[in-house]
Design a protein around this ligand. Structure first.
Ligand code: NAD
Length: 491
C-alpha cells in the first residue's frame, strides 16, 4: 500500500497503477496504486483534524518525538540506503555518505531547532499599550518534492514544518515515492500522532495541482523545476496561500588565474557529476581566466573520462544512471542542441552502450566554445554536463556568472582574499562557495535568488517560513476612557 494517510498505509483509490523502476536496469521494483483527489481530501482532512492538538504540543514534546524519529531512521539506515539507491539510481557510496546520514542529521537539527522558536521582546511601543509577538504555526502545509534527492527532500519539507507545529500533506515525485513512505512509517513508530504527516503518491497533474489549490491547505512548499514552480505560485494565488519555492539552478563555477588548478579541476568534476548532475546546485557553467583555461579543460576532460559508470550497488561505481530513459533522451537532445549552436563536445556527449544500455546512463560530458547566450549556458540540463568558457577581466567573470535567469548556487576559486570577498558580494545567488562547490550543512540555509525561487530550506531561517507572527496589544492604562477615543468620539 502506497499512501500514508491519518497514521496508516492505505491503497490509493485512483484505479491507476504505476511501475516504480530501477533506472540502472529499467526493471520494476514495485507497482503502486496512485492516489486520487479523494485521497488528497482525506489526507488534508486528517492533517486539519490533527492541527489543533499538534500545534499546542510544547516544543519539548515535539523535540522528543523528532529525536525518536532520528533513532528509528538510524536503525533503518541500511534499508533506506538500499531503497534510495535502487529507486533513484544513486551509487551506493553517495547514499551512504551523503543522502541518508545528511538527512538524519537534518532530523536531529530540527529536533533541537523546535525548541528555539521565539519572538521579539514584549514592550511598550506606545505610552498606553504593551505589545507582544506570538509566533504561531500556520496550519496544513501542502508540500511537493522532486525525484533527485527523494529522501533528503522529504526530510527538508517535513521536519521544519512539523517542528514548528504545522501538519503536512507531502506529495513526493511519482517516480520516487518509496523512501518518503518509509519516512512516514518511521515517524509513526517514533510516536508522531496520526494525521500530522501524510503522504500521497500520484502525479503532479492529477494530485499535485489539486493539493496546491485545496482550500484547507494554508501554505505550499515546493521543490522542483522553475516552470512548475511558476504554475504552482499562480494556482496558490487563487486561495492566497503562503508559497515557498525551491526551483532550478544553473550554478556558475568561476576560476581565477591565481586558483589552485588541481583543486579546481577536481572540484569542477565532482560538482558537475554528483548525483549524475541531477543536483540543483551542480556546477554547470565553468568560467576560467584565460591563463588557466587550456589546462583546466584538458584536466577536466581527462578526469571525466576516467569516471566509472556502473551498477548502483557496486562500491566502485562513481556515477549512476539518470532518473529515467525520458530524462536521458532530454539530456541527449540538450547536448545535441549545444553542438548545433556551435558548442564542441570534448568528452562524453552520449549514452554509453554495452552492459549499461538497459539503464538510463549518460557519459560525463564537457562542452567548450558554446555561446554564452545559447541554451547550454542558460538553461538547466540536469545531467552530467559541464560547459566551460574563458574570461579575461574579473568584472567579466561576475557578469557572466550572473547572466542567467537562475541564482541558486555558485562558486569562486582563488587564493586572493580580495577576489574571494568580491565574489561573495557580486554573485547573485543564494550560496557562494569559495574554493569548494556542493557541501551543505543543516545549520545553514539553502535557497535561491532570482528564478531559483524564494524561501529557505534547512537552518533556523526556515522556521520563519513555517510560522506566522501575531501582534498582541494590551491596553496598559487601565483607565475607563482610552486616551485615543476623543479623536473619534470627541470630548
Ligand atoms: P518537476 O518540477 O517536474 O516536479 C517536481 C514535483 O512537482 C513532482 O512531485 C511533480 O509530480 C510535481 N508536479 C509537476 N507538475 C505539477 C503541477 N502542475 N502541480 C503540482 N505539482 C506538480 O521537477 P523534477 O523534474 O521532479 O525535479 C527536478 C527539478 O527540481 C530541477 O529543476 C531542479 O533544479 C529542481 N530542484 C531544486 C532544488 C532546490 O532546492 N532549489 C532541489 C532539488 C531539485
Amino acid at each position: 500500500m502506497h499512501q500514508f494517510i491519518d497514521g496508516e498505509r492505505r491503497e490509493g483509490s485512483s484505479g491507476n497503477d504505476m511501475p516504480i523502476l530501477d533506472p540502472s536496469t529499467g526493471r520494476t521494483i514495485e507497482t503502486i496504486r496512485l492516489a486520487s483527489v479523494e485521497d488528497v481530501d482525506h489526507a488534508v482532512a486528517a492533517a486539519r483534524r490533527s492541527f489543533p492538538g499538534w500545534s499546542r504540543t510544547t516544543p519539548a514534546e515535539r523535540s522528543a518525538i523528532l529525536l525518536r524519529l532520528s533513532a528509528v531512521l538510524d536503525e533503518r539506515a541500511e534499508e533506506l540506503m538500499k531503497a534510495e539507491s535502487a529507486n533513484a539510481g544513486k551509487p551506493i557510496r553517495l547514499v551512504q555518505e551523503f543522502d541518508v546520514p545528511g538527512s538524519i542529521d537534518n532530523v536531529n537539527f530540527f529536533a533541537g531547532a523546535a525548541r528555539t522558536l521565539e519572538g521579539k521582546a514584549t514592550g511598550e511601543y506606545s505610552p498606553d499599550h504593551t505589545s507582544s509577538i506570538r509566533r504561531e504555526a500556520i496550519g496544513v502545509i501542502g508540500s511537493i518534492a522532486p525525484w533527485n534527492y527523494p529522501f533528503q527532500m522529504a526530510v527538508w519539507k517535513v521536519l521544519p514544518a512539523i517542528a514548528a507545529g504545522n501538519t503536512i500533506v507531502l506529495k513526493p515525485s511519482e517516480l520516487t515515492p518509496l523512501t518518503t513512505l518509509m519516512l512516514a512509517d518511521a515517524a509513526a513508530e517514533a510516536g508522531l500522532p496520526s494525521g500530522v504527516l501524510n503522504v500521497v503518491t500520484g502525479t503532479g497533474r492529477d494530485v499535485g495541482e489539486y493539493l496546491v489549490g485545496h482550500p484547507d491547505v494554508r501554505m505550499v512548499s515546493f521543490t522542483g523545476s522553475t516552470a512548475v514552480g511558476k504554475s504552482i505560485a499562480a494556482t496558490a494565488a487563487q486561495t492566497v496561500k503562503r508559497v515557498h519555492l525551491e526551483l532550478g539552478g544553473k550554478a556558475p563555477f568561476v576560476v581565477f588565474d591565481d586558483a589552485d588548478l588541481d583543486a579546481a579541476i577536481h572540484g569542477a568534476v565532482a560538482a558537475a557529476l554528483i548525483n549524475s548532475g541531477q543536483d540543483c546546485t551542480a556546477a554547470t557553467r565553468a568560467y576560467i581566466q584565460r591563463p588557466l583555461y587550456a589546462d583546466f579543460v584538458a584536466g577536466v576532460a581527462d578526469l571525466m573520462s576516467s569516471m566509472k559508470l556502473g551498477p548502483t550497488d557496486d562500491l566502485s561505481t562513481d556515477q549512476g544512471p539518470l532518473i529515467s530513459m525520458e530524462h536521458r533522451d532530454r539530456v541527449t537532445r540538450k547536448v545535441q542542441q549545444a553542438v548545433q549552436d556551435g558548442g564542441k563536445v570534448l568528452t562524453g556527449g552520449k549514452a554509453p552502450g554495452g552492459g549499461l544500455a538497459a539503464g538510463s546512463y549518460f557519459e560525463p560530458t564537457l562542452i567548450v566554445d558554446a555561446d554564452q547566450k545559447s541554451n547550454i549556458m542558460q538553461e538547466e540540463v540536469f545531467g552530467p554536463v559541464l560547459a566551460a568558457l574563458p574570461f579575461d577581466a574579473d568584472d567579466e567573470a561576475f557578469a557572466l556568472a550572473n547572466d542567467t535567469p537562475y541564482g541558486l548556487a555558485s562558486s569562486a576559486w582563488t587564493r586572493n582574499v580580495y577576489r574571494a570577498l568580491r565574489a561573495t558580494r557580486e554573485i547573485e545567488a543564494g550560496a557562494v562557495w569559495i574554493n569548494d562547490h556542493i557541501p551543505i550543512i543543516s545549520e545553514m540555509p539553502h535557497g535561491g535568488y532570482k528564478g531559483s525561487g524564494y524561501g529557505k530550506d534547512m537552518s533556523q531561517y526556515v522556521l520563519d517560513e513555517y510560522t506566522q507572527i501575531k501582534h498582541v496589544m494590551y491596553d496598559a492604562t487601565g483607565s475607563s476612557t482610552r486616551p485615543w477615543h476623543p479623536i473619534v468620539l470627541g470630548n
